[in-house]
Design a protein around this ligand. Sequence first.
Ligand SMILES: *[C@@H]1O[C@H](CO)[C@@H](O)[C@H](O)[C@H]1NC(C)=O
Ligand SMILES: *[C@@H]1O[C@H](CO)[C@@H](O)[C@H](O)[C@H]1NC(C)=O
Ligand SMILES: *[C@@H]1O[C@H](CO)[C@@H](O)[C@H](O)[C@H]1NC(C)=O
Ligand SMILES: *[C@@H]1O[C@H](CO)[C@@H](O)[C@H](O)[C@H]1NC(C)=O
Ligand SMILES: *[C@@H]1O[C@H](CO)[C@@H](O)[C@H](O)[C@H]1NC(C)=O
Ligand SMILES: *[C@@H]1O[C@H](CO)[C@@H](O)[C@H](O)[C@H]1NC(C)=O
Ligand SMILES: [Fe+2]
Length: 439
Amino acid sequence: MLPVQAACALLSLAPLLVLGVPPIGTQPEQVHLSYPGVSGFMIVTWTTFNETESKVEYGILGGRVFDMTAKGYATLFLDSGEEKREMYIHRVTLTGLKPAAAYVYHCGSDEGWSDVFFFIALNDSTSFSPKFALYGDLGNENPQSLARLQKETQLGMYDVVLHIGDFAYDMHEDNARIGDEFMRQIQPIAAYVPYMTCPGNHEAEYNFSNYRNRFSMPGQTESLWYSWNLGSAHIISLSTEVYFYLEFGLKLLFKQYKWLQQDLEEANKPENRAVRPWIITMGHRPMYCSDDDQDDCTKFDSFVRLGRNDTKPPAPGLEDLFYRYGVDLELWAHEHTYERLWPVYGDKVYNGSKEQPYVNPKAPVHIVTGSAGCRERTDRFNPNPKEWSAFRSTDYGYTRMQIVNTTHIYLEQVSDDQYGKVIDSIWVVKEKHGFSAWV
Ligand SMILES: *[C@@H]1O[C@H](CO)[C@@H](O)[C@H](O)[C@H]1NC(C)=O
Ligand SMILES: *[C@@H]1O[C@H](CO)[C@@H](O)[C@H](O)[C@H]1NC(C)=O
Ligand SMILES: *[C@@H]1O[C@H](CO)[C@@H](O)[C@H](O)[C@H]1NC(C)=O
Ligand SMILES: *[C@@H]1O[C@H](CO)[C@@H](O)[C@H](O)[C@H]1NC(C)=O
Ligand SMILES: *[C@@H]1O[C@H](CO)[C@@H](O)[C@H](O)[C@H]1NC(C)=O
Ligand SMILES: *[C@@H]1O[C@H](CO)[C@@H](O)[C@H](O)[C@H]1NC(C)=O
Ligand SMILES: [Fe+2]
């Protein structure tokens, strides 16, 4: 039993404990990596609540620890919630990294340092066969696949993670504290491999400000759309949200469309497509799905697919654009399910052949993978899918992808409900890429 005095002392502390201690504002947190698309570069991004310097100390794993220092900058992110919380987002670009070498690092300043993390600088060879984990719709609450992804990332199973929109549910909530908490939850993944993103509808609040401020993707679009290369692939990330949140500017939709066209034109130059024949897109809301929730993809005339004619001028959709430029693989999320499609264009199936639909497919291959886990749980399927629907699952889980070489990509679906069991897999094989591969 506690002496009475000690018990009283504890009781008198109780109100303080309830209020909590304010966080140490100079302590780095929410550490995450991204690849700026330049060989030998890596960006480290983190948060502090007080303004501090932005430094990364790093070195080759097994060599002298922290023998190199890189400096960056911090920007003030003023949240638009009631409390107008202030945070500093630090960005430091590491340059001159040796491809495929392992590094240890920590970040912060002399007012506070993060834990020590490690990463492998991406191998910049076009014959590199990178491994990805990819998913959308991972929330702060009920993030069912998170623990498995944390462990598998730390085991070295992935070179890169693609998060295809919808983070935290939602980052702006509780005066952006949900964003902070979510960024802490993904740190065991994102501090070890580049965590590449695109925006989803759950990021829309205050004109996507949490998304634009917290991530550091390539290019000059505040992470909204960009492209980069890895192995034999050119990877394009885009915002499907420009088709839905017109209040933030129809201009953005046209700006992105024009950029996509230019980027695809460049990627299709014979000298570029020869070394990086795979063109892969990732965007949040799919063109096709067979869920029963009345989302855009459940309609024949999906905005993302066909565009909008209720805008002035009418807005072009993405299906024709991607088809014309021979996009090979389109990754989507938003539906809290997994769905694999037979090669599809214009609502019709174009199998390579009946026996081997993904060998020299005659249209792009679509994968919808939005069931990593969030508070909205999983969606339901329509009982009568169209003929393009090849495989469906409502298990929580995520997708693995390996770009093996210029002709082969491997994809598989992991069910977290079934303790990591692989419930679906395909090889996409293409001897020819580009528009001419369709005919
Ligand atoms: C840290 O930030 C808080 C909140 O903005 C402020 O009240 C405090 O004075 C700052 N502390 C230091 C050491 O700058
Ligand atoms: C990068 O990957 C290629 C293809 O697998 C390999 O031949 C090469 O050795 C790797 N580079 C390094 C520096 O390990
Ligand atoms: C929303 O943000 C985008 C990207 O920064 C910007 O171009 C656009 O003008 C903003 N829209 C509004 C209405 O503020
Ligand atoms: C406008 O688009 C809708 C579907 O998005 C379609 O049903 C309608 O026919 C189109 N109207 C015109 C004038 O193109
Ligand atoms: C596409 O291939 C699959 C697998 O062989 C087959 O079940 C399906 O009927 C084919 N679809 C068409 C339209 O040929
Ligand atoms: C690509 O990888 C596949 C699967 O390992 C292999 O069968 C094929 O021969 C390779 N193709 C090339 C062009 O290296
Ligand atoms: Fe969504």
